[in-house]
Design a protein around this ligand. Structure first.
Ligand code: NAD
Ligand code: MG
Length: 387
């Protein structure tokens, strides 16, 4: 009998969180759950903690503490609330941490888990976008292991497995193109929240759904890929692939291109982050190639999707610019979701803030947190002055 691995799930109430719960529930012989966390959704957090038999449940918003206490009364599950409690939950001894908080809010708990040498199943791409070089340095310093959960990066990771020393010519990062892949800029001007939230292939949280619609998600993934894999920026190419069946590809110097394929179901990459280097059974729909019929590929259009250009610029200039891009985007997406700005204003706002603030050399994690806060203030002010 093999020893069970212990797992903590950060952002257990979200889309990735729910898929993680599903995988864990079908493998209770292999995994036990240490801590689960959420921001404000007390009921879903309590449900997940009970279902998974977690030792501890933490709610990020301190005002939800009493509700969580009531919801878990008599269950024998430790509870806590607040940002520091999230960090303490990450410090608890678990073999694996699934980092599935959305946005820069995920940085500190992920860092705490890295610093105790845990294996991180990283869904929270913002961690690498905002502080990639500093985070990867912390990972090597503390002997932590990072396994990507983002489907594209999981695909590349699976293709590269044990081949990291080998030269790669290109990474081909696939993108669905989102709901507006074929829309004109003029039509995109009047996109509504509901239209932007309706992704053709994936069911995801609100923020990443909007990022997919603007294609900022692929921009963030470009930066994420650069931090994860041994390639130069110009060796990462984005390819639009509307069916989301090929999750990404790697080209080798001899011209071979290796890909990982699967149905668009996040349980597959989540399971791999949990079971690596083994594989476990996942109940994901199987590919039926005769039904799929064809797989299409096309070049991305940076005119209609300027977020792609902005993310590449942030990666090229480096320093604090990716942190600026990310924070400005988070604020602009929130403003769009609250009907305060139009769809095209999301990238417009990010560009304005990037131009205004520019880039500074990045030297410390404290600087990342300070920059993140400063950019949020600047972007909010920029939205007010525009309205
Ligand atoms: P979601 O909005 O569905 O869930 C986010 C989770 O984070 C929730 O549990 C929420 O309670 C928690 N949270 C939000 N704000 C928080 C805060 N300030 N403090 C503490 N907790 C907070 O998001 P999601 O779609 O599950 O995405 C999570 C992460 O995974 C994102 O970084 C996203 O880019 C990445 N990702 C998601 C998918 C997907 O299919 N959903 C795919 C690839 C990568
Ligand atoms: Mg992805």
């Amino acid at each position: 009998m093999t020893l069970k691995k212990s797992v903590s799930v950060f952002g257990v109430t979200g889309s990735i969180g729910a898929s993680t719960v599903d995988v864990l529930k079908s493998h209770t012989d292999k995994y036990v759950v240490e801590a689960v966390t959420a921001h404000r959704n007390v009921d879903a957090l309590a449900r997940a903690a009970i279902e998974l038999g977690a030792k501890c449940a933490v709610i990020g918003d301190p005002s939800c503490f009493a509700d969580l206490r009531d919801a878990l009364a008599g269950k024998g599950i430790e509870i806590a609330a607040g940002e520091d409690a999230l960090i303490e939950a990450a410090e608890r001894p678990s073999d694996i941490v699934i980092a599935a908080i959305v946005g820069a809010a995920g940085l500190k708990p992920t860092l705490a888990a890295i610093r105790r040498g845990a294996r991180i199943g990283l869904a929270n791409k913002e961690t690498l976008v905002c502080a990639g070089a500093l985070m990867t340095a912390e990972i090597s310093r503390h002997g932590a292991t990072l396994i990507p959960v983002d489907s594209e990066h999981s695909a590349i990771f699976q293709v590269l497995e044990d081949r990291e020393e080998m030269r790669i010519d290109r990474i081909l990062l696939t993108a669905s193109g989102g709901p507006f892949r074929e829309w004109s800029l003029k039509d995109m001007q009047s996109v509504t929240r509901v239209q932007a939230l309706a992704h053709p292939n994936w069911e995801m949280g609100a923020k990443i759904s909007i990022d997919s619609a603007t294609m900022m998600n692929k921009g963030l993934e470009l930066i994420e890929a650069w931090h994860l894999f041994p390639v130069a920026e110009e060796q990462i190419e984005i390819v639009v692939h509307p069916q989301s069946v090929v999750h990404s590809m790697v080209e080798y110097p001899d011209g071979s291109v290796l890909a990982q394929l699967g149905s668009p179901d996040m349980r597959t990459p989540i399971a791999y982050a949990l079971s690596w280097p083994d594989r476990i059974k996942v109940d994901a729909p199987r590919l039926d190639f005769a039904t799929i019929g064809r797989l299409n590929f096309e070049a991305p259009d940076t005119n209609r999707f300027p977020a792609l250009r902005l993310a590449r610029q942030a990666l090229q200039e480096g320093g604090t610019l990716p942190t600026v891009l990310n924070a400005a985007n988070e604020v602009a997406v929130e403003a769009f979701l609250n009907d305060r700005i139009g769809f095209l204003d999301i990238a417009g706002t990010v560009e304005k803030v990037m131009t205004r603030l520019g880039s500074e050399p990045l030297t410390s994690l404290e600087q990342v947190f300070e920059t993140d806060e400063m950019v949020r203030r600047e972007t909010s002010a920029c939205l007010v002055s525009a309205s």
